[in-house]
Design a protein around this ligand. Structure first.
Ligand code: G6P
Length: 372
């Protein structure tokens, strides 16, 4: 009903706007004196965490994209290899599992059948399982050894938004907790990352102010048949998520690519007028990758692409080559995805709205896929 939406045009609009609180509430009670101390993990046992040799993330849809983002951070901070597995591929493949494997499931609803079965399968094979879940008492957390709840609040719109940013926040807490226990980061290094994480809610609020730029984009793209998304490093899973959102909500063919793959295929798709969103790495934090992505932009611009750059404040190098620049606040590279995803969520929602579609209940999709 209208009152449940609290004055918003849709649940999705409301949930997108709630992301600062979703992250803030997920961090609450899990940070002490600049260190990640996740109570749910202390029960798990430091000796167990210290003995982990490999992490496997199982998830579907947007939750899997959150896992892809977190892989970059968890590997960097803990030096434990992280693999991302789509739940339905994982469980039918005879995957390598043992007691030193930690399986992390990510599920907003906690009821996705394939993810549930993947967790059961992993535990039967002797692996430990941690659940990242937004729904208290759901089935997947009950079937896991431990659960880190995201406190995003109920997510009603079928397409996940605040669930996603809260999942990344929870996974980052997990990564920093593990780094502390394993001693792979110093206390000072952990504190720097924690400060970045704590700054995200306010930066999310600032990012949400870009809404009008995104709205204009959606208006001129109303008749677009296909949209491409490019990203590199942590920007790559954000490109995947941007494409997923557009498919789900606006029924537009959309694909996300790793920018480095451009020459291996996707560049053949570029023709005059083709809109391409590019998640641009920071020129400060990712000085080695920024010029590579700018040169990708030049390559596709020369072939007629319409460039929509998502770039940090003050990045002037993209200006000569972008048709539209959407700004995100400064953050260190691993934290940029939490911000860069927001304009892509809004874009998909606005485009669906311009096309007269139901953004909360896209055709053919269910909030939670509880069958195989
Ligand atoms: C469905 C929803 C998606 C969601 C996915 C995984 O496909 O439409 O928005 O990302 O399921 O859901 P879960 O509850 O496991 O995160």
């Amino acid at each position: 009903s209208a009152s449940e939406k609290g004055g918003w045009s849709s649940f999705m609009a409301k949930e997108v706007s709630e992301q600062p609180d979703a992250v803030r509430n997920t961090l609450r009670g899990r940070i002490h004196e600049g260190q990640a101390v996740v109570p749910e993990l202390t029960e798990f046992g430091d000796d167990v965490l210290a003995g982990i040799r490999r992490i496997v993330v199982v998830a579907c849809g947007t939750a899997a994209n959150a896992g892809y983002v977190a892989k970059y951070a968890i590997e960097k901070w803990t030096r434990v290899p992280v693999d991302i597995e789509l739940s339905h591929e994982f469980r039918y493949r005879d995957p390598v599992l043992n007691p030193e494997t930690l399986v992390i499931s990510i599920s907003q609803s906690g009821e996705t059948m394939d993810t549930l079965m993947a967790v059961k399968f992993a535990r039967e094979a002797g692996a430990k399982a941690i659940s990242i879940c937004n729904t208290q008492g759901a089935t997947i957390p009950r079937e896991s050894d431990a659960v880190i709840y995201t406190h995003a609040g109920p997510e009603v719109a079928v397409a996940s938004t605040k669930g996603f940013t809260a999942q990344i926040a929870a996974l980052y807490l997990f990564g920093l907790h593990l780094a502390r226990v394993r001693g792979s980061l110093s206390e000072a290094e952990c504190a720097v990352q924690i400060a970045e994480l704590q700054a995200i809610p306010d930066k999310l609020a600032t990012t949400l102010l870009q809404e009008s730029t995104v709205h204009e984009l959606a208006t001129w793209m109303a008749d677009t048949r296909a949209v491409l998304f490019l990203g590199r490093h942590v920007g790559f899973p954000i490109a995947l998520e941007g494409a997923l959102k557009l498919k789900e909500l606006a029924y537009i063919h959309a694909e996300g690519f790793a920018a480095g793959e451009l020459k291996h295929g996707p560049i053949a798709l570029i023709e005059p007028g083709q809109p391409v969103f590019v998640v641009v790495p920071s020129p400060r934090g990712s000085a080695h990758l920024h010029p590579k992505v700018v040169s990708n932009i030049q390559e596709i611009r020369a072939r007629g692409a319409r460039i929509i750059a998502i770039a940090e404040e003050g990045d002037v190098a993209v200006l000569p080559f972008a048709d539209t620049v959407i700004r995100i606040p400064l953050a260190s590279p691993l934290f940029e995805p939490l911000l860069a995803v927001v304009p892509l969520q809004i874009f998909a929602m606005e485009l669906a709205t311009v096309k007269g579609l139901d953004v909360d209940q896209p055709r053919n999709l269910a909030k939670s896929v509880t069958v195989e």
